[in-house]
Design a protein around this ligand. Sequence first.
Ligand SMILES: [Zn+2]
Ligand SMILES: [Zn+2]
Length: 303
Amino acid sequence: MNKFLRALTVLIIFFAANAPAHAADLDKAYKKQILKDAGLPAADLKALTPVVGPAELAKIIKKYDESAANYTVDKEGVLKANLHLHTIYSDGTLNVEQVLNQALNESFARRPVIIAFTDHNNIGQDKEIIDILIKDPEKYKSLKIILGIEIYTLGTNFKNTHTPVDIHMLAWVINPYDKVLEEAFTVAQKDPNNPNNWQYRTFEDAIKLINNQQYGFIGIAHPMRELEKSMAPENFNDFIAEEFALYSTLSKKDVKFAEVYYKPGRLYDEHNAFHKFINEIAVKNNITRTGSYDTHGLSIFAP
Ligand SMILES: [Zn+2]
Ligand SMILES: [Zn+2]
């Protein structure tokens, strides 16, 4: 009997340890970790209800993958999601509270507006969001907020470019109180000799940084930008194919994404040959297509 009980216990422990973590548990664990690292009481968990966790984010972007329309203001003037916006923590115009209030005006419990804060090389905006939510847990509960960052990187290993390419990466569902991220994004950004100056670090570095984080997904921002800024059109498709394949190989996260639907209705055009190609390459590499307005101005419904 003793032997039997022991075997049974081992079996129970085995199944408990290997049971797939429930999505809600994963999101809860993410928020608990933020509170812990911020030195805040676990009792504040409820205040973080609007914060989107990794499981919820994966669900949202997979659902929105198939169409640019999911990232566009529709005929009724409704916007579902803007997953890339800047505040005064980088080169945006609005402060964090103004962004939240604009989203709140458009949001209601059954159709919350989903917004991602993605200031350049900064996580201060994400910390301020936590402060605001804890001070007033009721006010923003109908929103869905993604804590994020946009990271400047250099692509130095691509065949069809003779100079390093500026590549911007977006990271979502990060923990802004994580010590490694704090170290990486709160030091002086202007010194080229500073190893933490992300303006001078590589595409591979940024992917590795987020790979090593317990929480957070990294993806490619506005893939068309290279063509507009610096690249000869005849090199562009080869560059995209190489960039997406390399990213897909290097990212160890189960969610991979690229802003294929960038500025939908203004820039993204499904009939444009370059956009068509980016679409194909994303699908081929198992990369979820996302979109945004990359807001810098006075409205979260516009660039
Ligand atoms: Zn950018
Ligand atoms: Zn941006």
